[in-house]
Ligand binder design. Structure first.
Ligand code: ADP
Length: 546
């Protein structure tokens, strides 16, 4: 339990009481109906905001309203009735707002803006009905003026809530990007523009074309879009204060009727529109700013997660390589030893067969781990080419013959068409890796059908084509398959990592070449690799005569 009386509570109550009485006196000075039902009543906004922040401050509202009305000449019982109405209005309004999900004071979105609007329009009905009833019972307002007094009271209170409460509640709650920090010049220009446009549009000849109230909207929109709700609510308050002061002084576009009361009624109607525009526009803008920030945060999180994954892949694959190399040596040694013993019994043959399978599995595991390691290195930008001059035709033949057993197992014949040597300046190990990946894919996805490979030199480039007659690739997948871990369902249910083409593309990119799916119309797929024969760096050196 918090103590009922604390110093903070006492100071808060006194401040609220003093502010309530001072602003109430200001409103009661502006030609109220029957001396009390005023069109300008800032205390409603003050009390609403104060009770949202500290619901236990309500006695200060009762006391403030009571004292202000007695001070203006209300009989004690009438003042008490008015004070009860004013307190109820603030308590009900604050409790309604505090019960909205996610509401803590500042207006952070359109839903909160609607709640604030509801509270600002509905709660003053409590105060207006109790207040006018008290005035009528006290004989201060005659029966025939109950309607106009009630309307003035309601309008004054609603405007007080719409114009004053947001200034207090939104204070300091703007999104980071909406704040004033680092934007001093723009803020100064905005303040100047708000003050100047308000002063100009509410004063002077009503007929002057540019001296119309709607001229304040550009500054208001500027505040709402470039700054946040708190700056906007300040702008609305400033415009309202200037407009009321000028109109009360007897000039400007709203001085059209005989009495100040009529002029203020028209002005307050307009100010309601201004306040609503400011509240909703800045609320929608805050919502947008928040959504953008959330999106950026999520993006950063995702990037972090992907970075962590790559880091893990890199470490894991690197660490796995050492024990795997040792294991590979051991099982190969075991297989050799069994072969040397040359045991012809059935048992001996079975052991030799098992050792052979172990060697094959360890080889496969090594290839997978090597591939993962490659991917992690390439992703981290650590792909470095060891260039040397060699004949691509010869390299392709070497790879095809190394993969002969795999081709046979897949039921594929391999035809290499490479009529003339194609010598270039490339990384042999990496280019062979690309050819291996393309051929392996051709066997995997085009099993049982012939595979054709061709190599030729044209336009200072080497052209390598790998063509199979398998399932082919749908046109919408021809780019996607070159992404990391990207596999396309082919119905083959192949066990794969989906990185072969990713590595191929990275390697060919590093050589300033191009790899792509050439043709998807015919049965099967054709992969085309274009490689510049001479690297740009070497070319530069040659041109400069080295
Ligand atoms: P992996 O073959 O390990 O899945 P790749 O990066 O080599 O990974 O290939 C990515 C995907 O591209 C494959 O899963 C397959 O769907 C498709 N693909 C690659 N080569 C061929 C091909 N020759 N024919 C049909 N589809 C292919």
């Amino acid at each position: 339990m918090r103590p009922i009386f604390s110093l903070k509570h006492l100071i808060g109550s006194l401040a609220l009481f003093a502010a309530y009485v001072a602003t109430a006196r200001l409103g009661l000075a502006l030609d109220p109906v029957g001396g009390f039902a005023t069109l300008v009543w800032p205390p409603t906004g003050l009390a609403l905001a104060a009770l949202v922040r500290g619901p236990r401050l309500w006695p200060a509202v009762t006391a403030g309203a009571f004292v202000a009305n007695v001070w203006s000449g209300a009989p004690l019982l009438v003042a008490l009735g008015i004070a009860v109405g004013n307190t109820l209005e603030a308590v009900v309004g604050a409790q309604f707002l505090l019960r909205r999900p996610g509401y803590s004071g500042p207006i952070h979105g359109v839903r909160h803006a609607f709640a604030a609007l509801g509270a600002a329009l509905a709660c003053p009905m409590l105060s207006a009905s109790l207040g006018v009833l008290s005035l009528w019972a006290g004989g201060i307002v005659p029966t025939e003026r109950i309607g106009s007094a009630g309307l003035a009271w309601w309008l004054g209170d609603a405007l007080g809530a719409l114009v004053v409460a947001p200034v207090i509640l939104d204070w300091g709650a703007d999104e980071r990007s909406e704040g004033l920090r680092g934007r001093g010049l723009e803020a100064a220009l905005l303040i100047l523009s708000v003050l100047a446009s308000a002063a100009l549009s509410f004063s002077g000849e009503p007929g002057a074309p540019l001296r119309r109230p709607h001229m304040i909207f550009p500054s208001l929109i500027w505040a709402a879009i470039r700054f946040g709700p708190s700056v906007t609510s300040f702008a609305v308050l400033a415009i309202s204060a200037i407009a009321i002061a000028i109109t009360a002084h007897g000039t400007g576009p709203y001085v059209t009727a005989a009495t100040l009361h009529e002029n203020l009624t028209a002005l307050q109607g307009f100010m309601g529109t201004v306040a609503l525009t400011g509240i909703f526009l800045s609320a929608a803008n805050t919502e947008r700013t928040r959504a953008q920030r959330l999106l950026a945060d999520e993006h950063a999180q995702l990037r972090h997660a992907v970075g962590a994954r790559d880091e893990f892949l890199s470490i894991a694959s690197h660490e796995l390589r050492t024990p795997l190399a040792a294991l590979s040596l051991q099982v190969a040694g075991l297989e050799r030893a069994l072969t040397r013993r040359n045991v012809q019994t059935e048992e001996g043959q079975r052991e030799l067969h098992r050792a052979g399978r172990a060697v094959a599995q360890v080889d496969r595991l090594t290839r997978l781990v090597d591939t993962l390691f490659d991917v992690s290195q390439i992703t981290a930008g650590r792909l470095q080419l060891q260039r040397e001059a060699f004949d691509l035709c010869e390299a392709v033949r070497a790879v095809a013959s190394a993969l002969q057993e795999q081709a046979t197992r897949a039921g594929c014949s391999v035809e290499v068409r490479a009529p003339a040597p194609v010598v270039g300046d490339w990384d042999r190990f990496r280019i062979e890796q690309v050819v291996t990946n393309l051929l392996t894919n051709a066997f995997k996805y085009g099993s049982g059908k012939p595979v054709e490979v061709s190599v030729e030199a044209r336009d200072a480039k080497a052209w390598l084509r790998v063509r199979d007659q398998g399932a082919g690739i749908s046109p919408d997948a021809t780019e996607r398959i070159f992404e990391r871990f990207e596999r396309v369902a082919t119905g083959h249910h192949q066990k794969s990592l989906g990185v072969g083409l990713y590595i191929a593309r990275q390697v060919i990119d590093a050589h300033a070449g191009v790899v792509r799916v050439e043709d998807t119309s015919a049965a099967g797929s054709t992969f085309l690799v274009e490689l510049p024969l001479v690297s740009r760096v070497t070319e530069g050196l040659v041109e400069r005569g080295h």
